[in-house]
Design a protein. Sequence first.
Lengths: 494, 495
Amino acid sequence: MSLATHLPALQVVLPLLAAPLTVLLRRAGLAYAVAVAASWVALAIAIALALQVGRGGALSYAIGNWAPPLGIEYRVDALSSFMLLLVSGIASVVLPYSRASIEREVPPQQHYLFYTMFLLCMTGLLGISITGDAFNIFVFLEISSLSTYVLIALGRDRRALLAAYQYLVMGTIGATFIVIAIGLLYLMTGTLNLADMGRRIAAVHGTRPVLAALAFLTVGVSLKLALFPLHQWLPNAYTYAPSAVSAFVAATATKVAVYVLLRFYFGVFGEAQVFDRLPMAQMMLLLALAGMFAATTMAIFQTDLKRLFAYSSVGQIGYIILGLSFDSATGLTASIVHLFNHGVTKGAIFMLLGIVVASVGGGTLARVQGLARLMPWTSAGIVLAGMSLIGVPGTAGFVTKWYLVLAALEKGQWWLVFLIVASSLLSLIYVWRFVEVAYFREPRRDILPAAISPWMAIPTALLLVAVVIFGLDTSYTVDPAMRAAEMLLQGPNR
Amino acid sequence: MTPESALPAVLAVPLAGAVLIAAVRRRPDLRETVTLATAAALLACVLALLPVVLAGGRPEWVLFELLPGLQIALRVEPLGMLFALVASGLWIVNSLYSIGYMRGNRESRQTRFYVCFALSLAATMGIACAANLFTLFLFYELLTLVTYPLVTHHGTEAARRGGRVYLGLLFGTSTIFLLPALIFVWFLAGTTDFRPGGILAGRLGHQELAALLLLTVYGIGKAALMPLHRWLPAAMVAPTPVSALLHAVAVVKAGVFSVVKVIVYIFGIEPLAATGIGGAADALVAVAGFTIIAASLVALHADNLKRRLAYSTVSQLAYVVMAAAVLAPLSVIGAVLHIAAHALGKITLFFAAGSIYTAAHKTEVSQLDGIGRRMPWTMGAFAIGALSMIGLPPAVGFVSKWYMLSGAMAAQHWAAVAVIVGSTLLNAGYFLPIVYRAFFVAPPPAEDGDVHGHGHGEAPLPMVIASSITAAATVLLFFLPEVPLALARQVLAGG
C-alpha cells in the first residue's frame, strides 16, 4: 500500500501542515479540533512505524526520492521509534487536556496561536527523532525551540516573557554550538548523513577538529537538556509557562535532546572516541551526581509546586546522564527507559498541577493547604506520580532505579549504589512536603475549588495509569529500551 | 473457602474493609461493626489456610512479573502462617479495644484511624505471605506509609515531629540499606525468592556475606536494632491502640519476621553456620545482644509507662534476632515462638497502659501506687503480660525463652546465654515493682481538685474485655502451644 511506504514522511508532514491550517481557521474551537486530530494521527503513525520496525528492522526513507547520502534520509530504528511514540503519545494526551487548561491561563484571542505553536513544536520534536541527516536535526531543533519560546511566553504571568527570553538566549547558544559541531563534522567527513558520517569518521578518528566537534556538541546539547549546571533556564520556563506547555515540554523536549546526544555519540563518533579519548564518562558522572543532589536539594526548598517539580526534572535528568556515563548495556537501558518513564511521570505531574491551578487559582504550597480534602483524587494523583519520582516499586520510576543500581553493581561501584538510593531519599523529602501540606493541614476557608472539566481529568488519569502499568509490566518499555541500547552499542556501522 | 481463594482474600478482605469503613463514615456504630466484621472475616480466611500449611501445602499466587526473576507474588509458608495468625487474631481484639479507647477519650478523625488500621493489616498480610524479598519490600514500604497517619493521629506539633522521626528512620533504612541489598541479592542469584536453605549458598565469601547480612538486617528498620531504634520511642506520641498495633500486631512484628525470614530463606541457616565462629551470624548476635542489654537498662530508668514499654519492646525484639542468629535448631524455634509470645504479652501491657490513661489519666510509673485496687482486671492483665516478658510460667513467654536458652546452650554460645539470663533479671527489675506497687502499696492521698483521678474505676468495658482476652490467651498458649510449635518446627525442617 503506497501510503504505508510514506509513513515516515507523513509523521512529520501532517503536523507541519496542520499548523498553518490552524492559523487559517482562526477560531479556537476549530484549531483545537485540528490539533487534536493531528496528534492522534501522528500517534497512529508512530505505532504503525514501531510495529514495522519491530517486524522487519530499521526503515529507511529518502525524502523526495533523492537517495542518501546526498538526499535527506529519514531513518526509523529501535531508538527513534521509541522517541516517536513518546512525543506523539504525550502530545495526544496533552492536547485534549489543553483546551480547558489554557482557558484560564492564555488570553482568548491567542488560543488558536497556541495550537499552531504546539503543532510546530511537535513537528520539530518528531522531526529530530526521525531524521537521519545532521543538518536536518538542527533545522528541526530550531523549529521546536522557537515554537517553545513562543509557547512559554504565552503564560499569563509577566515573568513568562522573561522566562521565554532567558530560554531563547541559552537555547540559541546551545543551537549555535550544535551547528558549529555539525559544521566541523561536515568539514572533516564531507557528508551530512548520520550513517555515512559514522562510516567516514573512522578515517579522521581522533583528529582535533573531530574532538572539538564532540565538545561543541556536548555543550550545545547539554544546554538543551538542562544538564547541571547548564539548567538555569528550566525552572523559570516550567514555572511561568501555561500548564499544558509545561506538561508537554517537561515530558519531551529534554528527552529529545538526550536522543540527539545518544545518536551522535554512538551513531557518529562511536563509543571508543567518546569514552576512551576524552574523559567523558567521568565528566558525565560528576555532572549527573551534581544535578541529582544539588537540583533535588533545591527542589526541597521551593514554595511553588511548579518550580519544585521543575528542579526535580533537573535531578531526574541527572539519572539519565548517570546511566549514560556507565557506558554499558544496562546503563544505557536505564537511560533510555527513563526517557519514557520520566516523560510519562512528569507529564502527569504538570497536568495535575494544571488542574490544581485551574481549580484553586495558583500552585503554591500556601494555596494547596488541605488539598486532600478538597480535591482527593488530584492529591492522590500527585502522590502517585511523586512515588514514581522517588522510585517506589510498582511505579515506572522504580524500573529506572533498578537498572541504574544494577549498572553500578555490575561495575562493583557500591559507593555509587548508595548515592543513587540516597538521592531517592532526597526526592522523598520534597514529595513529603506536598503530602504534609495537602493531607495534614486544614483547608483554607477563602478558597473554593472550581469544578474540573472531564477533558482535563481523563487525559491526566490516562498518564497516571500508564505510570503504574509501566511499573508493573515492564515489557512495553524495557524490551524496546534494551534493543535500542544494544543497537547503539554496536556502533556506527549499522 | 478453598485455599486457592483464601490467599487473595487475605489481601482483598482488609482492602475492601477499608473502602467500606470510609463509605459508612457518617454512622459510627455501623462503621465500628464493619471494622469488627472485616477483622473476623480476615481471621476466617487465615484459619482456612492453616490446615493446608500444617499438612505441608504451600498455597501460591503470582500477581505481576516485572522483570524475569522479579515478581510480586504471595506464598504461604509456616513462618508467614504464624505471623498472619498473630496479626489477624490480634486485629479483632485491638479493634474492640480501639472502640473503647477512641470513644472513651473522645478522639477526633476516627474514620481515618479505622481506615488506616485496615490498610495496615492489608500491608501486614502482604508481608506475611510474601513469596520473595521484593514483594516483602513492597508491602513493607506500604506499611510504613499507611501507619504514618496513625502515628501522627493527634495532629499536634509533637505528633508531627514524632512522625517525621518515624518516617525518616524507617524509609531511610529501607531505601539506603535494604533496597541495595535486595538488588544485590537479585544480581547474585537471579531471583529474590524465599527458598529453604537460602539462595546465596556459595556465591559470596565470608566477609562479604557478613557485610550483606548486616546491611540487610539494618535495612529492616522495623526490627528496631540499636542504634536505629529511635523511631519506636518517637512513635509513642500515637494513641495507645496504635502503639499496640505498632508493637504487637504489625509493625515491629513485621520487622523481626522479615529478619528471621531473610536469615532462614535467603541466607540459609546451613550456609550461615558454615561460616563458623566469628562469622557472619556472630556479628549479628553481638549487635542484638548489645541491644537487649542497653534497651533494658534504658527501660529500667524510664518513668513514663509507654516509654518503658517501648524500650522493653526494643529489647524483646532483639531476643528474636539474637536467637535466630545463634542458628541452633532450638533457638530458631524459640525465635519463631517469641514472635507470637511477645505479641500477646506486649499487647496486653499496652492495653493495660491505655486503660490506665483512659480511666485514671495517669501516664507515669510513679503514679501507679495502689491502682490495682481500683482497676483489678487491668492490673491483673498487666501482671500476666509482665510475667510473659520476664519469661515466667504460666505465661507463654516462658516457653519461647526456654527454647532460646536451650538453643544457646546447645550451641555453646555462652555470651548469648549470659545475655538472656542477665536481661531476664533486668526485665524483672523494671516490671515486677510496677505490679507489686499497684497491688500492695497504698495509693497516694487524693490531690485536691483531682476530679478525674478521684474515685475512678475500671476502664470502659470493651477495653477490659480486650485486655482480659489477650491475657487469657497468654496463659492458654502456655498450656497449649501445639500450633505455634508445629509451625516453628516446620520452619526449621525446611519451610
